[in-house]
Structures are given as structure tokens and as C-alpha cells.
Write a protein that binds this ligand. Structure first.
Ligand SMILES: [Zn+2]
Length: 110
């Protein structure tokens, strides 16, 4: 994970730019990626991003979720769901991510 230097959004490692404001990752502070890491075969893992807020309207949450889904692309988006939690609107975007970093050091499953 890295944090966008411009808007403060927390971005998954596989993205090179902020999905929200398009700021490139190189501008981000606290990036932990080391250059020259050997490429691995991508291993896919289901992940999700949650948008919520008491002040935000459904429309604001949905448009944020839509913006994120558009950024990651149709081949990654699984579904978008929403619910209400104690007055909070909660919108979840389910998508595929790769776990090349999480698999570090371990051999590929047969
Ligand atoms: Zn940003």
C-alpha cells in the first residue's frame, strides 16, 4: 500500500497512479517498492475496497466507487455492493488483485 501525496488516498501496490486524482506513484511519500524486483507470475486474489461516510450521500459514495471501478478496469471488477451500517452508507467494490508481494519467498503451488 502507498499513500497518494496529493489527495491522501491509500492505493494498492499494483497501481502506479492514484485512481482518484491520477497523481503518479513516484510522487508519493513512503513508497516501499524496491526497483529491480524480479517479475513473478501474477497470482490472483479477491480483494475489496470500501467507501463509507456519515456525511457522504449515496450518490457521492457510488460515484467514488464507480471512479475506482473504472480505474481498475472491467476485467478486474467482480461486483459492487452497498449496505447501511448504523446510519452510515457503505459501498464495497470487489475486485481481483495480484499477490506477487504476499507470495514472496514461497514456491508456486502445484
Ligand atoms: Zn490522489
Amino acid at each position: 500500500m502507498w499513500t497518494c501525496a496529493k489527495c491522501g488516498e491509500v492505493i494498492e501496490n499494483q497501481f502506479d497512479a492514484c485512481w482518484k486524482c491520477s497523481t503518479a506513484r513516484s510522487a508519493a511519500a513512503g513508497s516501499t517498492e524496491t526497483p529491480g524486483t524480479p517479475k513473478r507470475k501474477p497470482a490472483w486474489r479477491m480483494s475489496y475496497k470500501v467507501f463509507r461516510g456519515t456525511f457522504a450521500t449515496w450518490e457521492a459514495l457510488f460515484s467514488e466507487a464507480a471512479e475506482f471501478a473504472t480505474y481498475i478496469g472491467p476485467e478486474r471488477v467482480i461486483s459492487i455492493s452497498h449496505s447501511e451500517d448504523a446510519g452510515d452508507g457503505v459501498v464495497s467494490v470487489w475486485y481481483w488483485t495480484d499477490v506477487t508481494e504476499a507470495a514472496g519467498g514461497k514456491s508456486e503451488p502445484v
